[in-house]
Write a protein that binds this ligand. Structure first.
Ligand SMILES: Cc1ncc(COP(=O)(O)O)c(C=O)c1O
Length: 448
């Protein structure tokens, strides 16, 4: 389990919860009735500041009126079509997306989920190259479908049988806990060189693609150093591998630029967007070059899904792009991200349990440790703290940190519309919640 939400003591507990399959640990208590901007509200009137932007999708804020209006309009016009029929929102979205992207990213495929986008990209990389080996980073998260889960290392791989053959791991550039025990605090990309060297030795001679997130989010908010992706692209292209960037979380402004790859000055061969594209509606996009599209088409590329090129989600995505551009959300993410990191830095000065604070734009994390000297991960504290924050009205995710399967990093990814007052409120809640949990633990230890 990567992150698990333990039920915290919030009313009301609804008996119907027992009818649901638990797909990621326990559910958070409370039933949500409404959502707006940075807040969700339970049916009994509790407001919760949402520092996960839903599941990192509501970057324009919950229920943005422009997105709601676009969905309402699409419901009146056309919701869904046969997979080979095209509609105005789909054509307009393809044009709009391509307009935000550099050459050679000129061909767009619209699907429903991030995992589907990754699957499509992997299939295109394999079909166009005639090869099958794929490298991805340890601590990466690309989805739970077959192909995507084979290249995902942040989730437990135990218990689901064999993965798709040909998946290999590159050590993630986790400077706080260098995977090759070489760097400390600042990554010099030795892990990347060592990872490719290792791959060369284990490869069966069929290198097809490298897949990576610009910032590894579920893996513990790991920000690769400047130059990382330029070197990764060089090493991949030397071996004839395509570079696929997974910008499901980072696309459309979150890192302070429209796309994460712009931070690193590279252009991927394949780009996957989802989450942030729909503003809460399921839609993903696989974008590639005309040359790769042509090659795949010539080889009979088939990737028909029930909701490929559906008009309603495309209409929502068009509204999302309008909002991101008109409200200058990438610039706001950059400015508010600095502010959030400053506030988290203040917390680190006050609480010795905060070993590291890191992030880029409005994707930030703080890592909890038992001791700053040993850096031993404090997973139990992380669980207690996320529960206490939830109880006090702040939703944050606990994601991977540490060296094994530990979840000791609190991830914050609020809507990009978040205000400084809301960031202050979140910092105050974390401050008080951390003090409460630490005191409670100390009291329990003294009493035992
Ligand atoms: C970076 C990244 N890629 C891909 C996915 C998979 O997206 P989905 O859950 O929509 O299939 C996720 C989901 O969390 C993600 O965070």
């Amino acid at each position: 389990m990567v992150w698990s939400r333990r039920a915290c003591s919030l009313p009301p507990v609804d008996d119907r919860v027992g009818l649901l399959v638990r797909y990621g640990g326990e559910f958070v208590d409370g039933v949500v009735g409404r959502a707006s901007g940075s807040f969700v509200e339970t049916v009994d009137g509790r407001r919760v500041l949402d520092f996960t932007a839903g599941q990192i999708c509501a970057t324009v804020g919950h229920n943005h009126p422009r997105v709601v209006a676009a969905i309402e309009r699409a419901c009146r016009d056309v919701l869904h079509l046969n997979s080979w029929m095209l509609s105005e929102p789909v054509l307009a979205l393809a044009q709009r997306l391509v307009g935000t992207l550099p050459e050679p990213l000129r061909r767009v495929m619209l699907l429903s989920t991030g995992g589907e986008g990754i699957e499509a990209g992997l299939r295109m990389a394999k079909l166009s190259s005639g090869r099958f080996e794929v490298l991805s980073l340890t601590r990466s998260w690309h989805g739970v479908t077959g192909g995507a889960s084979a290249v995902t290392y942040a989730a437990s791989r135990h218990g689901y049988g064999p993965m798709v053959p040909g998946a290999f791991a590159l050590p993630a550039p986790y400077a706080y806990r260098c995977p090759i025990r070489h760097c400390d605090e600042v990554c010099d990309c030795s892990c990347l060189e060592a990872g490719f060297e290792l791959f060369d030795q284990v490869s069966a001679g069929s290198p097809a693609a490298v897949v990576a997130e610009p910032v590894l989010s579920a893996g513990g908010v790991i920000v690769p150093p400047p130059g990382y992706f330029a070197r990764l692209a060089e090493l991949a292209h030397e071996r004839g591998m395509l570079v696929m960037l997974d910008e499901c979380q980072t696309g459309l402004g979150r890192l302070g630029t429209m796309y994460g790859f712009q931070v690193y000055g590279v252009v991927p061969d394949l780009l996957v967007l989802s989450k942030t594209l729909g503003g809460g509606v399921p839609i993903s996009a696989l974008i590639t070059s005309s040359a790769i599209e042509r090659e795949c088409f010539g080889r009979g590329f088939t990737h028909v899904t029930s909701h490929v090129s559906d008009p309603m989600p495309a209409a929502a995505a068009l509204a999302v792009i309008d909002v991101v551009e008109e409200e200058h959300l990438a610039d706001r993410a950059r400015a508010r991200g600095h502010y959030l990191l400053e506030r988290l830095g203040d917390l680190q000065e006050r609480h010795e349990q905060i070993g590291d604070v890191r992030g880029l734009g409005l994707l930030c994390g703080l890592e909890l440790v038992l001791s700053r000297d040993t850096r031993e991960p404090a997973d139990a504290l992380g669980l207690a703290l996320t529960d206490e924050c939830q109880r006090r009205g702040l939703s944050i995710n606990l994601v991977r940190g540490g060296t094994g399967g530990q979840a000791s990093c609190l991830r914050m990814a609020p809507p990009l519309t978040v205000s400084e007052d809301e960031i202050d409120l979140a910092a105050t809640i974390i401050d008080e919640a951390l003090r409460t949990v630490v005191n409670r633990t100390a009291a329990a230890a003294a009493a035992s």
